[in-house]
Design a protein around this ligand. Structure first.
Ligand code: ZN
Length: 171
């Protein structure tokens, strides 16, 4: 397969994927992801199915995160996962659009209640997609995520520990 630069794409297994260009998340995924690399310019891309698998892995990691959602994580759930505008999410949550915009700009943290609510909407979306064949969500994952909603949530931001790194779950 030839691409714009005139190079040829070769299938590769990517050991790490930068999440910023894909999802707007400051961090990376480490694991084995199916993709392609251009033999001329080195540009790496994900296969469509691999993108869907990675998306679910990242959603899982973000939802299991035991601190209040940071601005980029909240935006990731709304935009990349739920596919909602700020307006639409605000409508679903019965809040002002300005509040959502403020979270995403990092001007105001999510309240504990709004954090739970956003994760709840994200979980409902995952359960909805389960069984539709587009995304495989096993029952273990679904119940694991459900536990997230009842777990205590730390109100403070995590101490800076370098980039947000998501590691692939053991198969
Ligand atoms: Zn190229």
């Amino acid at each position: 397969m030839r691409i714009r630069c005139g190079g040829t794409l070769r299938p590769v297994t990517l050991a790490r994927v930068d999440l910023a260009p894909l999802f707007g998340l400051q961090g990376r995924f480490e694991g084995a992801v199916r993709g392609s690399r251009c033999i001329r310019c080195g540009n790496e891309t994900l296969d469509g199915p691999a993108y869907q698998v990675l998306l679910v892995e990242v959603v899982r990691a973000v939802m299991m995160h035991d601190h209040i959602l940071s601005n980029d994580k909240a935006r990731f759930l709304r935009k990349a996962w739920l596919g909602l505008t700020q307006d639409e999410l605000a409508g679903r949550m019965g809040i002002n659009k300005i509040t959502v915009a403020d979270w995403e700009r990092g001007e105001r943290p999510l309240s504990k209640e709004h954090d739970y609510e956003l994760r709840g909407i994200a979980l409902a979306h995952m359960l909805q997609r389960r069984g539709k064949g587009r995304v495989r969500v096993d029952a273990g994952l679904a119940s694991e995520l459900a536990q997230v909603l009842t777990a205590p949530r730390r109100l403070t931001s995590p101490r800076r520990r370098g980039p947000y790194v998501i590691r692939q779950r053991a198969a």
